[in-house]
Design a protein around this ligand. Structure first.
Ligand code: HEM
Ligand code: HEM
Length: 183
């Protein structure tokens, strides 16, 4: 099925990073949409914000570990038996997911850093990740918009990603089942 010099699966570190990141980010998407939608005058409006931010910073760390691990490789060669357009689309979606992960995490950190009413990101009361910018209403608004737009792009990319995995597993030939390479 695979050529001699190519690996059959993603390496253990890449598989662990994929699933831990996926779980964290999917939870952050749900919590993010939920908390942003709570009425600003509600007493519990800001209850979830600190938790979202702390897990968001964990996601940032995970993404920054994952990129060099991915660059170092090795990674399995493209799955057998797929159409050219399927290879192109999966490749584009994977790049999109990496860009969205970077944009989502850094826009969150920058949004917090430029926000006048907080200092740093509190990590569960243990320590605080310092600000990396000066305070600015203008830039806070920009990063807020980047965060929201990327959130919606993420939903679209993730839907394509899941549709691809499901199709290759359920509808295509056995050699195309990419889920095997990630578990
Ligand atoms: C991959 C990581 C992250 C994901 C998937 C994520 C997801 C989301 C989503 C879906 C929203 C709601 C967007 C909207 O409806 O406008 C949101 C809002 C927010 N996020 Fe994140 N987030 C992440 C990281 C972070 C980080 C690192 C921070 C800050 C340190 C952060 C701070 C916030 C804040 C303050 C809001 C609320 C904005 C508002 O009140 O409208 N997020 N996030
Ligand atoms: C927020 C959630 C997720 C993100 C950000 C994400 C991101 C990614 C990225 C960037 C890749 C490309 C790996 C590389 O070549 O470096 C990938 C591969 C993969 N993902 Fe996800 N993923 C997520 C959720 C899921 C879920 C829920 C599933 C299971 C249904 C899944 C199944 C897979 C599989 C099977 C591959 C391997 C594809 C192949 O070998 O061509 N992912 N994922």
């Amino acid at each position: 099925m695979q050529t001699m010099n190519s690996v059959e699966k993603y390496s253990k570190p890449l598989r662990v990073l994929h699933w831990v990141t996926a779980m964290t980010i999917m939870a952050l998407l749900v919590v993010g949409f939920y908390m942003a939608d709570i009425d600003p005058s509600a007493a519990d409006k800001y209850d979830l914000y600190p938790v979202h931010k702390a897990f968001g910073m964990i996601a940032l760390l995970l993404v920054m570990l994952r990129l060099p691990a991915r660059a170092k490789g090795p990674v399995p060669s493209p799955a057998q038996g797929l159409q050219q357009w399927e290879h192109r689309l999966s490749h584009l979606v994977h790049i999109g997911l990496y860009v969205a992960m970077l944009s989502m995490t850094w826009s969150g950190y920058f949004m917090n850093s430029t926000y006048a009413y907080v200092e740093g990101v509190d990590i569960f009361g243990l320590f605080s990740v310092p600000d990396i910018t000066s305070k600015s209403e203008f830039w806070n608004d920009i990063f807020h918009q980047v965060h929201s737009i990327t959130a919606w792009s993420f939903v679209v990319l993730l839907s394509l990603h899941l549709a691809g995995v499901a199709k290759h597993r359920l509808l295509d030939s056995k050699g195309s089942d990419v889920l095997q390479r990630m578990i």
